[in-house]
Design a protein around this ligand. Structure first.
Ligand SMILES: Cc1cc2nc3c(=O)[nH]c(=O)nc-3n(C[C@H](O)[C@H](O)[C@H](O)COP(=O)(O)OP(=O)(O)OC[C@H]3O[C@@H](n4cnc5c(N)ncnc54)[C@H](O)[C@@H]3O)c2cc1C
Length: 491
């Protein structure tokens, strides 16, 4: 049995069926996908209807295992490249800087390519002379990021928060790094572990300029990933049961599960693949509770997504980016990234903007009238892209439940592992410790594959049919050399 049909649970179930093991997946919600699944629909005044998701998802270069799953499902061609990212900085009007392209085009060798972003003339102007005093300390702390080695330094950096790391940075750079923290971790710098930021920056940007670009999925997470996973799973004999909330798990004499409306029912093995909030509400067998007594379970955080449909185009500019010190945390032009929005925009000469609100902005947005929120984001969009003025034809506000894990200090190093030390029970999900240092969808995928391997090993299936875990690509050959130079005799 697999409990939870998010990306982690579906990946695990799919891998088990490949190994020849029969699987039943129990999902409490009305649809599969979890945070990669559908949230509802929106209809525009012209009668077009869109299936909404939790928010646009990026697939980075280092998501090697997720990309492997997509290829195995025949969906490798659904990846849409996003080669450029912008940054919106506050001002009257706000300034949209094309920083992604600078990193792509600089002649500086990696890992110094990212400096091209920070040396943008308009950013330097904002820095001013006073920043020079703070620069040496910022550079020192920047070098810490560069030389961070997750295999050795994770536990130590996992004790500090991003806020304390940012204390002495010049304000514009602090704002930029805070915006990156918001965008990557949905939370405030005071809530996020420094290890998470270092890991995120190394994976998504700092060591290799190729990591600062990403892909989105042409048919969204639902059409390009979740539906194909469910189709492959059921074609191989796996069964998906929707609307079945698991409430408890007992292990003796064999694993058995209860639902909100029945049970117990026995299984040969169980994979728990729920979000961290749901996990804490499960009535677990005392033996499993004892194994997990010392583990750190993350708190959950919500987010708010505002979508605006325009009857005109914003003009040129990066299709996605982050916003610093503004009412939104990041933005995506959906019509450039996802097929259904592209078709709608092409037919009308229009565009569709999606903005995510994270951290404290999301917390206060929850109590804001949706019409006021739509107006706030429209005002920001029209100030940033003046060509949009007066062109909004529809707006939609969506609140995502507070179940997304916050990687606060202690979580990355203390979260439960896939292997519970109990032969017939494994855990997976984006908050479970991954055998490789990755985050989010890739973590859901790697822990899902690992959980399937664990059970296959104990239940006796064809383990060679489960894709082997791929570690992140190694950095360019000279990067370790630079890192060793920066770390000096510390090792
Ligand atoms: C707005 C937004 C944007 C994001 N953007 C990105 C991105 O750009 N890149 C990226 O890599 N990641 C992104 N993510 C994160 C990504 O969605 C998650 O990392 C991933 O979907 C987690 O999958 P999961 O299977 O671990 O958990 P979940 O998706 O939470 O799945 C858990 C499942 O368990 C089910 N469940 C819970 N309790 C029970 C129960 N008692 N019984 C049965 N079923 C139960 C839930 O309904 C759910 O379906 C984003 C998330 C959000 C919300």
């Amino acid at each position: 049995m697999v409990i939870g049909a998010g990306l982690a649970g579906l990946t695990a179930a799919w891998a088990l069926t490949r190994a020849g093991i029969g699987v039943d997946v129990y999902e409490s919600g009305p649809a599969a996908g979890g945070r990669c699944g559908p949230t509802g629909t929106a209809s525009t005044p012209d009668g077009s209807t869109f299936v909404l998701e939790h928010g646009l998802h990026g697939v980075w270069r280092q998501y090697r295992n997720l990309r492997g799953v997509l290829s195995a499902l025949g969906r490798g061609g659904d990846l849409v490249p996003v080669d450029d990212q912008g940054v919106i900085l506050p001002g009257d009007p706000p300034e949209l800087l094309d920083l992604g392209r600078r990193v792509q085009e600089t002649r500086l060798p990696d890992p110094l390519g990212l400096l091209a972003m920070y040396s943008h003339p308009r950013l330097l102007r904002r820095l001013g002379r006073s920043a020079l005093r703070q620069l040496p300390r910022s550079v020192r702390r920047g070098l810490e990021l560069l030389s961070f080695d997750p295999s050795q330094d994770l536990a130590q950096a996992d004790r500090e928060t991003v806020a304390s790391f940012l204390e002495d940075w010049p304000p514009p750079l602090r704002q930029l790094l805070a915006a990156t923290t918001h965008s990557a971790f949905f939370a405030e710098p005071r809530e996020v572990s420094l290890a998470a930021l270092f890991l995120g920056l190394q994976l998504y940007a700092a060591l290799d300029r190729r990591d600062s670009t990403f892909h989105t999925l042409r048919e969204g997470c639902v059409g390009s990933l979740i539906q194909p996973l469910v189709a492959a799973l059921t074609a191989a004999g796996g069964r998906l049961h929707l609307g079945r909330r698991v409430t408890g798990l007992r292990l003796n004499p064999r694993p058995s599960v209860r639902w909100h409306d029945g049970g117990p029912e026995e299984a040969d093995g169980v994979i728990i693949a729920v979000d961290p909030i749901a996990f804490q509400n499960l009535d677990l067998d005392p033996a499993l509770q004892a194994r997990l007594a010392a583990a750190e379970i993350p708190r959950g955080v919500g987010s708010v997504v505002v979508r605006l449909w325009f009857d005109r185009s914003p003009g040129r500019g990066p299709p996605a980016g982050v916003a610093a010190g503004l009412p939104v945390s990041n933005y995506f032009w959906l019509d450039q990234l996802q097929e259904d929005y592209r078709r709608w925009a092409a037919a009308r000469g229009g565009a569709v903007l999606e903005c995510h609100l994270y951290g404290d902005t999301a917390r206060s947005a929850v109590n804001t009238d949706p019409a006021a929120l739509i107006q706030t984001v429209t005002t920001l969009a029209e100030a940033t892209w003046p060509a949009l003025r007066g062109g909004r034809v529809h707006g939609h506000v969506q609140q995502n439940a507070p179940i997304h894990p916050i990687f606060s200090p202690g979580i990355l190093s203390g979260a439960p592992k896939v292997d519970t030390n109990l032969a017939r029970v494994a855990l997976c999900g984006d908050w479970i410790q991954s055998p490789t240092p990755v985050l989010y969808m890739e973590r859901a995928c790697t822990t899902g594959l690992e959980a399937a391997r664990h059970l296959t090993h104990h239940l006796g299936g064809e383990i060679t049919r489960i894709p082997k875990l791929l570690p992140p690509f190694p950095p360019r050959p000279w990067v370790p050399w630079v890192q060793r130079g920066v770390r000096g005799p510390r090792r």
